[in-house]
Design a protein around this ligand. Sequence first.
Ligand SMILES: [Zn+2]
Length: 62
Amino acid sequence: MGDKRHEPRPFLGLHFDCCGVYARIYRTAKGDAHAGHCPRCLRPIRVRIGSGGSGQRFFRAR
Ligand SMILES: [Zn+2]
């Protein structure tokens, strides 16, 4: 379908409750989730795309 390789890589703003810090996590290569880790304790986090369909852009990691 569309060749959109020039678009910026989608990311998600995320607040890590474990360390009280804010960071961005980026969409996976597969495109079905955003994945990353806490910048302080390196705890991995994964947020599925489309769950709930709320269009929410910000999440809290607990
Ligand atoms: Zn942390």
